[in-house]
Write a protein that binds this ligand. Sequence first.
Ligand SMILES: *Cc1c(COP(=O)(O)O)cnc(C)c1O
Length: 254
Amino acid sequence: MTQASLPEVQGDDPRTDELRANLTAVRRRMAEAEEGRQVGAGPAQLIAVTKFFPAQDVRRLLSLGVTDVGENRDQEASAKALEVPRARWHFVGQLQSKKSNSVVRYASRVHSVDRASLVTALGKAVRNHRSAVEEGRAQPGPSATTDLECLIQISLDGTSGRGGALPEDIERIADRIAEEEGLRLRGVMAVAPLGADPEPAFERLYGCATELQAAHPHADHISAGMSADLEAAVRWGSTHVRVGSGILGARPVG
Ligand SMILES: *Cc1c(COP(=O)(O)O)cnc(C)c1O
């Protein structure tokens, strides 16, 4: 039996129960966070970040009503997406241009577009993927028929060290995505700065998002908020929270 044909998980295994309880707690936090929302329209949607956890956990999450999952490394993501193609896969990590050809085979959305050279690489990769599908050389991924959704990752700590474009570069990157065949600009993404209050950072992100949306009305997504700071992110307009450890549990170190 191949991995892909493993039976559906049963609802009564202990890990499913654990995930169900965690998911319920996170969904409750999200609902409460909506009451503190200052800007934007909710409710924010949940993307479960499954990095370091097996494909079987992704199947369990789907059985619990999760539809969208995120990963931050191509090697791990591409393997899991092959096993669970019916999940909607989001790529949320720093991305090397040379991985573009792989990512476009399974991802519906890339949250971490932070430079013009990556825009070029992703556009080319989508068009190559479409040719390959047309010629019967590849199985169609989501971007075979729908433009790959791109979010511009913005650095909120004033440096580009951990990935993310500086605010002054957003407009140029946005224009590049908008003109690239095969890509669709959907909004912005950010990770709160390490060791600082996330609230003013997410407020700055909201300012960037509003400015971007004035020029690109479809770019209305704000991907912000993780296990530790989803309340602050929702307060400042998050439309998509990316929650890992809060649902899956603590990640193995390393
Ligand atoms: C791991 C990761 C998350 C989830 O983080 P948690 O703290 O586990 O919720 C969200 N976004 C990105 C980009 C990540 O790499």
